[in-house]
Design a protein around this ligand. Structure first.
Ligand code: FES
Length: 356
């Protein structure tokens, strides 16, 4: 715990405390930034590029939605998410219509491994589309605030210039340091506003013009899946070493064929039993079932979001027994060492007791 002379101890926020919404700021059409503080005035400690999962209290039961943090840990008194309301979105629409300053909301996290902190490099290339700009904003603000020399080519693709999120704030940062080079790509100009920048869809030719030294850069990409596929293919086609390519995705990862030792695989046909100690329920199941699925069969509600081991919403404590867990970054090694598991991607082995 750190002490400021004459002050009380600084507390780091953790997700056992709700967040208080302190402001709601419109960014561009259909995009809002929600700013939160901890009611206890604890500060926020996370890696730029990580995300939070919000418990959104829609009628009929909460929804869990994962949003990248758009603020920077270098400004730790508050934390923001910047979200776009898609026409079909229920959770985000609820936030637009109902979440107001003074309201409190439960959040889970911060978590996620899409952060340049894990990949220190001399030069970065950030490529995003639409609201995929949020982790890039956090990482860029963080490097800007640290005051060290940085070298970032920052590419964002939007439908129109008026839909580029954070444009003014980024241009302000770029005007004060040499190392932030902004490249906007739009599908079309705004009415009555001339546009002299890049127009069309991101392609290999643009990449060569924007960052001629792209082969030397650590690349981070975030946006809709087809956009990230196009960027990946463009880079791979140009001979880029894909070990230096990182992308954020909140959709299910493509199944990879991994070498899992035989004795770690859940056995087809083998039975198991899960005791949910918090509810006093015991349920028989197969070793191939997930703890989350078994809880649902038993009529228990373990909060969940992504259901494939990314968001960390379904984290619960394992009291005893063994599980086989294959997650996608939604739990830390420290949590695992303390006995936590992700219910959505853990298969029971024999008799398991969990605190749920
Ligand atoms: S529901 Fe997202 S990690 Fe389990």
């Amino acid at each position: 715990m750190t002490l400021i002379p004459g002050e009380t101890a600084i507390k780091i926020w953790n997700d056992s405390e709700e967040l208080e919404c302190v402001s709601v700021l419109p960014e561009v059409p259909n995009v809002m930034t929600f700013c939160f503080q901890a009611p206890s005035r604890a500060i926020f400690d996370y890696q730029p590029g990580q995300f939070l999962t919000l418990e959104i209290p829609v009628p009929g039961g909460p929804l869990y939605r994962t949003y990248t943090i758009s603020s920077s840990p270098s400004r730790p008194m508050s934390i923001t998410v910047t979200v776009k309301a898609q026409p079909e979105s229920i959770g985000t629409r609820w936030m637009f219509d109902n979440l107001k300053p003074g309201m409190r909301i439960k959040a889970i996290g911060p978590t996620g491994s899409f952060t340049n902190a894990n990949y220190p490099a001399e030069k970065y290339l950030f490529i995003s589309a639409g609201s995929g700009i949020t982790p890039m904003m956090s990482m860029t603000t963080h490097m800007y605030d640290l005051g060290r020399d940085c070298d970032i080519v920052f590419v964002n693709c939007a439908r129109r210039p008026s839909e580029i999120i954070f444009r003014e704030r980024l241009e302000h940062m770029a005007s004060r340091v040499h190392g932030i080079d902004l490249k906007w790509v739009v599908e079309g100009a705004d009415k009555y506003e001339p546009w002299t920048g890049y127009q069309g869809f991101f392609n290999q030719l643009m990449l060569g013009l924007m960052a001629p030294d792209y082969l030397e850069r650590e690349v981070f990409c975030c946006g809709p899946e087809p956009f990230m596929t196009a960027v990946r293919e463009a880079l791979a086609g140009l001979g880029f070493d894909m070990d230096h390519y990182h992308q954020e995705s909140f959709s299910a990862p493509i199944e990879e064929v991994r070498d899992i030792p035989e004795d770690e695989l859940p056995e087809e046909g083998a039975t198991a039993e899960i005791e949910f100690s918090g509810s006093g329920v015991t349920q028989k199941c197969a070793e191939t079932d997930t703890v989350l699925a078994v809880a649902r069969q038993a009529g228990l509600n373990i909060p969940s979001g992504c259901t494939f081991g990314v968001c960390g919403t379904c984290k619960i404590k394992k009291v005893s027994g063994e599980v086989h867990m294959v997650h996608n970054g939604g739990i830390t090694e420290d949590d695992i060492a303390e006995g936590y598991i992700l219910a959505c991607c853990s298969n029971p082995r024999g008799h398991v007791i969990v605190d749920a």
